[in-house]
Design a protein. Sequence first.
Length: 488
Amino acid sequence: MIQQLFGFLSYYIPELICIVLMTTLLVLEALVKEEHGNRGKIIGYALALLSITLIFLFKNLGEAPVYIFHNAITIDPFSTLVKIIMVLGTMGAIFLSYSSKDIYTNLKSEFAIMAVGVLIGGMLLASANNMLTLYLGIETLSILSYVLASFKRDESTSTEAGMKYALYGGLSAGVALYGISHLYGVLGSIQFVDMITKLPGLEGTNLAIVMVSFIFFFVGLGYKISVFPFHMWTPDVYQGSPIPVTAFFAIVPKMAGLAALVRVSFIFFDGGSLLAVSWTGLMLLISAMTMTVGNVTAIGQNSVKRLLAFSSIGHVGLMILGIVTLNKAGVQAILFYGIVYMFMTLIAFYITSHLSDMYGTDSYDVFKGLIYKHPGMALIMAAVLFSLAGMPPFSGFVAKFNIFSVIIEKKLYGIALVAAINSVIALYYYMKLAKTMIFDQADGDVKVTGFTPVNQAVIVALFIPVLFLGIFWEKVMTISGNASLFIK
């Protein structure tokens, strides 16, 4: 038994490193005296251990899939690649928090603690292979997120953001748990493998209960990834939270929720049954409404954080279309989109953060004439906006093209048309911000001082994949294609 446990733990090294990191960060933070202020070494330690986590994750990427802890957790290439995206997103958010004025100096290491805790929950959610593990992943990820949203405790907007997030999160988690309890009541198990075997024999009342129960269950995941109609919290929470927290929310919880949704969809709804057809129809409707609501609402925003919040809703709606296909190409398209989306989102929030630190606001006005104040950052931000809109030759174009390819191959022409219209709408509001940076005159001659050489180097490093993945994308597509999802 002991030998078997250690055998299981050998596959769980990335998660164990994160658990050790969170624990030691708590101890280190407790040992730092208030008057010392600088938490640079603690942040450096966090980034170093997350880098080691990445090394082990890349090692696991080439390993055969395994099912550990009595099939409660799956370690397969799909979950591993999602974890790599989440770890990179966490590292990016932690580094941003250190240079951002939006997080109080004495709370910077606490942000790292909370972010790593959310990451652990996200990693658990991505590998969940039964309903209990999945629910634990949602709750671990959610509870610490509520704290992050209200990090600026001296400001009412941040307190309001944390309260809204907690209220919506608690309600959605309760509804999801209610659905899980009914699934257990009808199917007699929480293990995915056992539940699958009993689904084909359902009929009548039991089939209706299971269909409704899966919808209740979806509420918990839909809330985490901000799909319609569970997106209402997103703009207010994104705007009220510190910018590093907003950047973190836009990547880690979303990728974790999408990973769980992909796994559940492929396990339970890969077939032509009434249950599968109903789920696919629901995903199509959710995708169409999420894209439309996110992109149309983004048009009238004057806050860049709110714009990026609604933009992220639109991107999630598009990624869900990869789930509808229920094939390997759909998973490949989602993973590639997730990689590209992570880099684009980090850059957009990095530049917004540095401008917000200087001017004290994230409105469009601070972007006016950025091309005259800092040409390099203005050009990179404009390129990222083009990429987010799906314009060639940037990686966002390839990401969207892959999604369109898989849904057109499935002959889902109606939803492809909806997605195309939404892409045009998104192009409008992205170009509106680009126009503000490049063609509008700057208010005054104040120089932008937030872009230190280190910050510029990081932004350029993040921009390289955005540029070159739009041209040399085959290798990453191969990695995404090999990151297969395994079910037992």
